[in-house]
Design a binder for this molecule. Structure first.
Ligand code: 1HN
Length: 372
Protein backbone atom coordinates (compact mmCIF):
# COMPACT_ATOMS: atom_id res chain seq x y z
CA UNK A 1 0.00 0.00 0.00
CA UNK A 2 1.27 3.46 -0.86
CA UNK A 3 1.45 5.46 2.36
CA UNK A 4 1.65 8.91 0.77
CA UNK A 5 -1.99 9.80 1.15
CA UNK A 6 -3.05 7.65 4.06
CA UNK A 7 -4.46 9.27 7.16
CA UNK A 8 -2.50 8.19 10.22
CA UNK A 9 0.71 7.51 8.23
CA UNK A 10 3.69 9.82 7.83
CA UNK A 11 3.23 11.95 4.71
CA UNK A 12 5.37 15.06 5.21
CA UNK A 13 6.53 16.56 1.90
CA UNK A 14 10.08 17.77 1.42
CA UNK A 15 10.68 21.53 1.61
CA UNK A 16 13.98 23.40 1.62
CA UNK A 17 13.37 24.38 5.25
CA UNK A 18 12.70 20.78 6.28
CA UNK A 19 15.78 19.48 4.44
CA UNK A 20 17.92 22.06 6.21
CA UNK A 21 16.31 21.01 9.48
CA UNK A 22 17.08 17.30 8.84
CA UNK A 23 20.70 18.19 8.14
CA UNK A 24 20.96 20.13 11.33
CA UNK A 25 19.47 17.23 13.33
CA UNK A 26 21.95 14.84 11.68
CA UNK A 27 24.84 16.95 12.93
CA UNK A 28 23.77 15.96 16.44
CA UNK A 29 23.14 12.29 15.52
CA UNK A 30 19.42 12.84 15.71
CA UNK A 31 16.64 12.55 13.14
CA UNK A 32 12.95 13.15 12.48
CA UNK A 33 10.95 9.99 13.06
CA UNK A 34 8.43 10.84 10.31
CA UNK A 35 11.14 10.39 7.64
CA UNK A 36 11.42 6.69 8.47
CA UNK A 37 8.19 5.90 10.33
CA UNK A 38 6.49 4.08 7.44
CA UNK A 39 9.57 1.93 6.82
CA UNK A 40 9.99 0.86 10.41
CA UNK A 41 6.25 0.28 10.90
CA UNK A 42 5.30 -1.84 7.86
CA UNK A 43 1.64 -2.85 7.57
CA UNK A 44 2.76 -6.45 7.74
CA UNK A 45 6.10 -8.30 7.99
CA UNK A 46 8.53 -7.46 5.19
CA UNK A 47 11.08 -10.24 4.93
CA UNK A 48 14.58 -9.30 3.78
CA UNK A 49 15.17 -12.89 2.68
CA UNK A 50 13.89 -14.29 -0.59
CA UNK A 51 12.64 -17.87 -1.08
CA UNK A 52 15.56 -20.04 -2.17
CA UNK A 53 16.40 -23.61 -3.07
CA UNK A 54 19.87 -25.18 -2.88
CA UNK A 55 20.04 -28.35 -4.96
CA UNK A 56 22.05 -31.20 -3.52
CA UNK A 57 23.05 -32.58 -6.90
CA UNK A 58 24.70 -29.22 -7.68
CA UNK A 59 26.33 -28.69 -4.30
CA UNK A 60 27.43 -32.23 -3.42
CA UNK A 61 30.46 -32.27 -5.79
CA UNK A 62 31.58 -28.91 -4.40
CA UNK A 63 31.15 -30.10 -0.83
CA UNK A 64 33.30 -33.16 -1.61
CA UNK A 65 35.87 -30.96 -3.34
CA UNK A 66 36.46 -29.14 -0.05
CA UNK A 67 37.88 -32.41 1.34
CA UNK A 68 40.94 -31.86 -0.84
CA UNK A 69 41.17 -28.13 -0.33
CA UNK A 70 41.09 -27.62 3.44
CA UNK A 71 41.72 -29.65 6.57
CA UNK A 72 39.38 -29.32 9.56
CA UNK A 73 42.33 -28.33 11.77
CA UNK A 74 42.92 -25.22 9.68
CA UNK A 75 39.30 -24.43 8.74
CA UNK A 76 37.87 -25.14 12.20
CA UNK A 77 35.02 -26.88 10.39
CA UNK A 78 34.78 -27.78 6.76
CA UNK A 79 31.44 -26.31 5.81
CA UNK A 80 29.84 -24.98 2.65
CA UNK A 81 27.30 -22.48 3.91
CA UNK A 82 24.04 -21.64 2.17
CA UNK A 83 23.53 -17.92 2.01
CA UNK A 84 20.41 -16.03 1.10
CA UNK A 85 21.28 -13.40 -1.54
CA UNK A 86 19.65 -10.79 0.69
CA UNK A 87 21.28 -11.89 3.93
CA UNK A 88 25.01 -11.89 3.15
CA UNK A 89 25.50 -9.28 5.87
CA UNK A 90 24.54 -11.77 8.59
CA UNK A 91 25.47 -15.08 6.83
CA UNK A 92 21.89 -16.29 7.08
CA UNK A 93 20.03 -18.70 4.81
CA UNK A 94 16.71 -17.14 5.77
CA UNK A 95 15.70 -14.61 8.43
CA UNK A 96 18.22 -15.01 11.22
CA UNK A 97 18.85 -18.72 10.68
CA UNK A 98 22.12 -20.10 9.36
CA UNK A 99 22.59 -23.39 7.55
CA UNK A 100 25.46 -25.22 5.86
CA UNK A 101 26.74 -28.58 4.63
CA UNK A 102 29.60 -30.03 6.66
CA UNK A 103 31.80 -32.84 5.37
CA UNK A 104 34.31 -35.10 7.12
CA UNK A 105 36.69 -37.75 5.87
CA UNK A 106 37.00 -41.09 7.65
CA UNK A 107 39.28 -40.68 10.66
CA UNK A 108 38.78 -36.94 10.94
CA UNK A 109 37.60 -35.29 14.15
CA UNK A 110 36.99 -31.61 14.88
CA UNK A 111 37.94 -30.14 18.26
CA UNK A 112 35.42 -29.45 20.99
CA UNK A 113 33.93 -26.01 21.54
CA UNK A 114 30.81 -24.35 22.86
CA UNK A 115 28.95 -21.16 22.05
CA UNK A 116 25.90 -19.15 22.95
CA UNK A 117 24.32 -20.08 19.62
CA UNK A 118 22.29 -23.28 19.46
CA UNK A 119 22.97 -25.84 16.75
CA UNK A 120 21.30 -28.83 15.17
CA UNK A 121 22.34 -31.32 12.51
CA UNK A 122 20.49 -33.43 9.97
CA UNK A 123 22.52 -36.34 8.65
CA UNK A 124 22.73 -36.74 4.87
CA UNK A 125 25.32 -39.37 3.94
CA UNK A 126 27.91 -41.67 5.41
CA UNK A 127 27.69 -44.25 8.12
CA UNK A 128 30.41 -43.26 10.60
CA UNK A 129 29.33 -39.82 11.77
CA UNK A 130 29.25 -39.21 15.48
CA UNK A 131 28.93 -36.21 17.72
CA UNK A 132 29.94 -35.85 21.33
CA UNK A 133 27.74 -33.48 23.32
CA UNK A 134 28.48 -32.84 27.00
CA UNK A 135 30.50 -36.04 27.28
CA UNK A 136 27.90 -38.23 25.52
CA UNK A 137 28.90 -39.89 22.28
CA UNK A 138 25.98 -40.10 19.84
CA UNK A 139 26.10 -42.28 16.72
CA UNK A 140 24.47 -40.82 13.63
CA UNK A 141 22.77 -42.30 10.62
CA UNK A 142 21.06 -40.94 7.52
CA UNK A 143 18.10 -38.63 8.28
CA UNK A 144 18.80 -38.65 12.03
CA UNK A 145 18.26 -35.31 13.74
CA UNK A 146 20.64 -34.31 16.53
CA UNK A 147 20.85 -31.19 18.73
CA UNK A 148 23.75 -29.35 20.32
CA UNK A 149 21.97 -26.81 22.53
CA UNK A 150 23.53 -23.49 23.45
CA UNK A 151 26.31 -23.70 26.01
CA UNK A 152 26.96 -27.42 25.51
CA UNK A 153 30.45 -28.67 24.63
CA UNK A 154 30.34 -30.42 21.29
CA UNK A 155 32.64 -32.00 18.74
CA UNK A 156 32.08 -34.20 15.71
CA UNK A 157 33.91 -36.81 13.73
CA UNK A 158 33.70 -39.63 11.24
CA UNK A 159 35.03 -43.00 12.29
CA UNK A 160 33.71 -45.06 9.39
CA UNK A 161 36.17 -47.09 7.38
CA UNK A 162 34.35 -46.38 4.16
CA UNK A 163 33.68 -42.85 3.01
CA UNK A 164 33.00 -39.22 3.85
CA UNK A 165 30.07 -38.11 5.98
CA UNK A 166 27.95 -35.13 5.03
CA UNK A 167 25.42 -33.48 7.27
CA UNK A 168 23.47 -30.25 7.38
CA UNK A 169 24.19 -27.84 10.24
CA UNK A 170 21.51 -25.43 11.39
CA UNK A 171 22.31 -22.61 13.82
CA UNK A 172 20.73 -19.48 15.22
CA UNK A 173 24.09 -17.68 14.85
CA UNK A 174 22.65 -14.67 12.94
CA UNK A 175 19.99 -14.24 15.64
CA UNK A 176 22.44 -14.45 18.52
CA UNK A 177 24.85 -12.07 16.78
CA UNK A 178 22.01 -9.64 16.03
CA UNK A 179 21.15 -9.75 19.72
CA UNK A 180 24.87 -9.15 20.41
CA UNK A 181 24.95 -12.01 22.86
CA UNK A 182 27.37 -14.49 21.31
CA UNK A 183 30.22 -16.15 23.16
CA UNK A 184 32.61 -18.79 21.86
CA UNK A 185 35.03 -21.04 23.74
CA UNK A 186 37.43 -23.76 22.68
CA UNK A 187 37.59 -26.74 25.05
CA UNK A 188 40.67 -26.46 27.30
CA UNK A 189 41.72 -30.04 26.42
CA UNK A 190 40.57 -29.73 22.76
CA UNK A 191 38.46 -32.86 23.26
CA UNK A 192 35.92 -33.95 25.85
CA UNK A 193 36.21 -36.99 28.03
CA UNK A 194 33.39 -39.35 27.09
CA UNK A 195 31.87 -39.96 30.51
CA UNK A 196 28.48 -41.48 29.64
CA UNK A 197 27.29 -44.68 27.97
CA UNK A 198 26.99 -44.55 24.17
CA UNK A 199 23.76 -42.76 23.14
CA UNK A 200 22.91 -42.38 26.85
CA UNK A 201 20.24 -39.74 26.27
CA UNK A 202 18.40 -42.00 23.78
CA UNK A 203 18.47 -44.82 26.30
CA UNK A 204 17.15 -42.54 29.03
CA UNK A 205 14.72 -40.26 27.23
CA UNK A 206 14.09 -41.77 23.81
CA UNK A 207 10.98 -43.87 24.39
CA UNK A 208 7.64 -42.49 23.27
CA UNK A 209 4.94 -42.09 25.89
CA UNK A 210 7.17 -42.62 28.92
CA UNK A 211 9.79 -40.54 30.65
CA UNK A 212 12.01 -41.12 33.64
CA UNK A 213 11.18 -39.52 36.99
CA UNK A 214 14.88 -39.40 37.70
CA UNK A 215 17.01 -37.65 36.82
CA UNK A 216 15.11 -34.42 37.15
CA UNK A 217 15.67 -32.08 34.20
CA UNK A 218 15.46 -28.30 34.51
CA UNK A 219 17.42 -27.03 31.53
CA UNK A 220 15.81 -25.00 28.75
CA UNK A 221 16.51 -27.63 26.09
CA UNK A 222 15.64 -31.24 25.45
CA UNK A 223 17.70 -33.83 27.34
CA UNK A 224 17.24 -36.14 24.34
CA UNK A 225 20.05 -35.38 21.91
CA UNK A 226 19.18 -37.62 18.96
CA UNK A 227 15.86 -38.28 17.19
CA UNK A 228 16.41 -41.22 14.90
CA UNK A 229 14.90 -41.42 11.43
CA UNK A 230 13.72 -44.99 11.98
CA UNK A 231 11.58 -43.94 14.99
CA UNK A 232 10.34 -40.78 13.33
CA UNK A 233 9.40 -42.42 10.03
CA UNK A 234 7.56 -45.21 11.82
CA UNK A 235 5.70 -42.60 13.90
CA UNK A 236 4.67 -40.83 10.70
CA UNK A 237 3.51 -44.04 9.06
CA UNK A 238 1.33 -44.90 12.03
CA UNK A 239 0.02 -41.35 12.30
CA UNK A 240 -0.97 -41.57 8.61
CA UNK A 241 -3.09 -44.64 9.37
CA UNK A 242 -5.00 -42.81 12.10
CA UNK A 243 -5.34 -39.21 10.96
CA UNK A 244 -6.00 -36.98 8.00
CA UNK A 245 -3.33 -34.57 9.21
CA UNK A 246 -3.35 -30.85 8.48
CA UNK A 247 -4.54 -29.35 5.18
CA UNK A 248 -1.52 -27.02 5.26
CA UNK A 249 1.24 -29.35 6.42
CA UNK A 250 0.10 -32.91 5.76
CA UNK A 251 1.12 -35.25 8.55
CA UNK A 252 3.35 -33.09 10.68
CA UNK A 253 5.27 -34.19 13.76
CA UNK A 254 7.23 -31.86 15.95
CA UNK A 255 10.46 -33.02 17.55
CA UNK A 256 9.89 -32.33 21.24
CA UNK A 257 11.59 -32.12 24.57
CA UNK A 258 10.19 -35.29 26.20
CA UNK A 259 10.13 -33.61 29.61
CA UNK A 260 7.93 -30.69 28.55
CA UNK A 261 6.35 -31.53 25.19
CA UNK A 262 7.78 -28.20 23.99
CA UNK A 263 10.36 -27.46 21.29
CA UNK A 264 13.81 -29.06 21.47
CA UNK A 265 15.66 -25.81 22.11
CA UNK A 266 14.66 -22.32 23.30
CA UNK A 267 15.37 -20.63 19.95
CA UNK A 268 14.84 -23.33 17.31
CA UNK A 269 12.19 -25.97 16.77
CA UNK A 270 12.08 -28.79 14.22
CA UNK A 271 9.51 -30.90 12.41
CA UNK A 272 9.28 -33.88 10.13
CA UNK A 273 6.22 -33.93 7.88
CA UNK A 274 4.89 -36.55 5.55
CA UNK A 275 3.00 -35.79 2.34
CA UNK A 276 0.94 -38.70 1.09
CA UNK A 277 1.36 -39.93 -2.47
CA UNK A 278 -0.04 -37.20 -4.73
CA UNK A 279 -0.89 -34.87 -1.85
CA UNK A 280 -1.07 -31.11 -2.47
CA UNK A 281 -1.39 -29.03 0.68
CA UNK A 282 -3.21 -25.72 0.92
CA UNK A 283 -1.26 -22.49 1.22
CA UNK A 284 -0.76 -20.65 4.47
CA UNK A 285 1.73 -18.24 5.96
CA UNK A 286 3.07 -17.41 9.37
CA UNK A 287 5.63 -15.22 11.04
CA UNK A 288 8.88 -17.09 11.60
CA UNK A 289 11.41 -18.53 9.17
CA UNK A 290 11.74 -22.14 8.06
CA UNK A 291 14.54 -24.13 6.42
CA UNK A 292 13.41 -27.40 4.83
CA UNK A 293 15.45 -30.47 3.95
CA UNK A 294 13.91 -33.07 1.64
CA UNK A 295 14.35 -36.28 3.63
CA UNK A 296 12.47 -38.53 1.21
CA UNK A 297 10.78 -38.29 -2.17
CA UNK A 298 10.33 -35.54 -4.73
CA UNK A 299 7.83 -32.84 -5.49
CA UNK A 300 7.58 -29.08 -5.44
CA UNK A 301 6.63 -26.20 -3.22
CA UNK A 302 5.08 -22.90 -4.21
CA UNK A 303 6.58 -20.14 -2.10
CA UNK A 304 5.38 -16.57 -2.55
CA UNK A 305 4.00 -17.47 -5.98
CA UNK A 306 7.19 -19.18 -7.20
CA UNK A 307 7.48 -22.90 -7.93
CA UNK A 308 10.53 -24.75 -6.55
CA UNK A 309 10.95 -28.37 -7.63
CA UNK A 310 12.79 -30.51 -5.11
CA UNK A 311 14.29 -33.94 -4.72
CA UNK A 312 16.08 -35.80 -1.94
CA UNK A 313 18.51 -33.73 0.14
CA UNK A 314 17.61 -30.43 -1.51
CA UNK A 315 17.30 -27.58 0.95
CA UNK A 316 14.86 -24.71 0.56
CA UNK A 317 13.60 -21.88 2.71
CA UNK A 318 10.39 -20.05 3.44
CA UNK A 319 10.84 -16.48 4.69
CA UNK A 320 8.59 -15.03 7.36
CA UNK A 321 5.02 -14.31 6.20
CA UNK A 322 5.53 -15.90 2.76
CA UNK A 323 2.65 -18.02 1.44
CA UNK A 324 3.71 -21.62 0.94
CA UNK A 325 2.24 -24.97 -0.05
CA UNK A 326 3.79 -28.34 -0.89
CA UNK A 327 3.10 -31.05 -3.45
CA UNK A 328 4.28 -34.68 -3.45
CA UNK A 329 4.65 -35.61 -7.12
CA UNK A 330 4.86 -39.37 -6.50
CA UNK A 331 1.70 -41.35 -7.26
CA UNK A 332 2.58 -44.26 -5.02
CA UNK A 333 5.05 -43.20 -2.33
CA UNK A 334 5.09 -40.68 0.49
CA UNK A 335 7.47 -37.72 0.63
CA UNK A 336 9.00 -36.43 3.88
CA UNK A 337 10.25 -32.95 4.65
CA UNK A 338 12.46 -32.22 7.63
CA UNK A 339 12.43 -28.57 8.70
CA UNK A 340 13.75 -26.33 11.41
CA UNK A 341 12.49 -22.92 12.37
CA UNK A 342 12.65 -19.95 14.75
CA UNK A 343 9.08 -20.44 16.02
CA UNK A 344 10.16 -20.78 19.68
CA UNK A 345 11.50 -17.21 19.45
CA UNK A 346 8.31 -15.97 17.78
CA UNK A 347 6.09 -17.75 20.28
CA UNK A 348 7.99 -16.84 23.42
CA UNK A 349 7.88 -13.18 22.37
CA UNK A 350 4.16 -13.44 21.48
CA UNK A 351 4.79 -12.41 17.86
CA UNK A 352 3.76 -15.64 16.15
CA UNK A 353 0.84 -15.24 13.75
CA UNK A 354 -0.59 -17.61 11.17
CA UNK A 355 -3.04 -17.17 8.31
CA UNK A 356 -4.69 -19.44 5.73
CA UNK A 357 -4.76 -18.50 2.03
CA UNK A 358 -8.42 -17.84 1.36
CA UNK A 359 -8.48 -17.31 -2.42
CA UNK A 360 -8.54 -19.75 -5.32
CA UNK A 361 -9.44 -22.85 -3.28
CA UNK A 362 -6.44 -22.30 -0.99
CA UNK A 363 -3.80 -22.42 -3.74
CA UNK A 364 -1.51 -19.68 -4.98
CA UNK A 365 -1.22 -18.77 -8.63
CA UNK A 366 2.30 -19.33 -9.88
CA UNK A 367 3.45 -15.84 -10.78
CA UNK A 368 7.23 -16.27 -11.06
CA UNK A 369 7.54 -19.48 -13.06
CA UNK A 370 9.75 -22.37 -12.19
CA UNK A 371 13.07 -21.81 -10.46
CA UNK A 372 15.97 -23.93 -11.63
C1 1HN B 1 29.61 -24.82 14.57
O1 1HN B 1 29.97 -24.82 15.86
C2 1HN B 1 29.58 -25.99 13.83
O2 1HN B 1 30.04 -27.39 15.66
C3 1HN B 1 29.17 -25.96 12.51
O3 1HN B 1 30.21 -28.21 13.70
C4 1HN B 1 28.84 -24.78 11.89
C5 1HN B 1 28.62 -22.39 11.94
C6 1HN B 1 28.69 -21.21 12.61
C7 1HN B 1 29.09 -21.20 13.95
C8 1HN B 1 29.39 -22.36 14.62
C9 1HN B 1 29.96 -27.29 14.45
C10 1HN B 1 28.92 -23.58 12.59
C11 1HN B 1 29.31 -23.58 13.94
Amino acid sequence: MNDDNVEGRARVKHTPQLDAYYEELAEYDAGALWTVANDIEPWEPKAHSIPMIWRYRQLRPLVLQSLELVRPEEAGRRVVMLVNPKRHDVSAAVGLLYTGLQVMNPGEAASAHRHMASALRFIIEGDGAYTIVEGERVTLERNDFVITPNGTWHEHGNDSGSGPCIWQDGLDIPLINTLEANFYEVHPDLHQRVGKPLNASCKTYGHAGVRPLEPDWRKAYSPLLKYSWSHTYEALRQYAQASEGSPFDGLMLEYVNPMTGGPVMPTMGAHMQMLRAGQATRAHRHTGNVIYHVAKGSGYSIIAGQRFDWEEHDIFCVPSWAWHEHVNLSRDDDACLFSFNDFPVMKSLSIYREEAYALNGGHQLITHGQEN
